[in-house]
Ligand binder design. Sequence first.
Ligand SMILES: NC(=O)c1ccc[n+]([C@@H]2O[C@H](COP(=O)([O-])OP(=O)(O)OC[C@H]3O[C@@H](n4cnc5c(N)ncnc54)[C@H](O)[C@@H]3O)[C@@H](O)[C@H]2O)c1
Length: 304
Amino acid sequence: MSVPEYTDRKVVIPAELDLSRLKDKSVLITGGGSGLGLAYAEAFAQAGAFVTIVDFNKEAGEAAEKSLAPNAVFSQCDVREWDDLVAAFETALAKSPQHSVDVVITNAGIIGRDDMYTLDDPAGPPKKPDLRTVDVNLYGTLYTAKLALHYFRRSPVSAERDRCLIIKGSLAAYADQPGSPQYNVSKYGTRGLFRNLRRTLHRDDVRINFVAPWYVRTPILSDKVVEYLQGKGVKFATVPDCARAMLNIAADTSIHGRSIGIVPREEAPHGYMDLEHDDYEEGDFMKGWQETVLATAQSIVDLA
Ligand SMILES: NC(=O)c1ccc[n+]([C@@H]2O[C@H](COP(=O)([O-])OP(=O)(O)OC[C@H]3O[C@@H](n4cnc5c(N)ncnc54)[C@H](O)[C@@H]3O)[C@@H](O)[C@H]2O)c1
């Protein structure tokens, strides 16, 4: 399937989805054992796709594989470990009906106490921070994306085959989130990867899109956090809307280079929308700078 160069064409969310393209497609989802990743796995399996569930958590992954049989396989993997991830992609290739990798969702992620933020006693020695959140959310995404591009090319080629990389972000890739510098850094980083690759992946006929959920009730948010947010009147996006957005992006081959926000139903009829925050308006000085970078960046790399 030929992918056109990125243009800033807004995605219109349809009332009905045509999921027929997804039948027998091979979908690899990191963090597919719980929360949103599990909901994506269930939705793709229901649409007739074959899902490789990649997760750290053996118990959850095995339970998901069992409940989605025969449309799923579990590969235990820490996304920080390159060799684990290679084995997961090999599993997808070996076990999927067409021995392919067609859709990859870089979903695994964590949030937690962030000692980048905690200040050490200035009288004592500085403590080296634990950068696990960046390791999982950003480095894990870079590894997964790199392998997606490799395994898309290892899959059988045909004029009809669509290859789709979906980078999982968060609205924390757009908003300042005081107290969670690593989460903010990691999600801005994944958005940077998306914006970078959307300019070049058409050359390999690969689509790339970004998915940025607002708060959703999953195990990543403790009951205390949910209660606190509810007390502040914060509305939540929903798990089924996240899953529908993923299916929509994977099934509609015209969607390329866009960031889709998953939002409370009050904000959008299907609970998701094109965010329209990754292109510059006419008159914004950044528009000219962006055009200069686009015209010169590759030559700078070649000259370096
Ligand atoms: N729930 C939200 O409010 C929300 C909002 C925005 C973005 N997100 C993002 O969505 C993604 C999924 O989050 P969720 O809400 O489903 O959380 P979750 O905790 O339910 O699921 C995360 C999954 O990732 C797995 N995982 C964690 N570390 C891993 C590692 N090193 N290697 C492999 N697997 C690993 C976990 O075992 C778990 O199954 C994350 O990237 C998160 O940042 C969530």
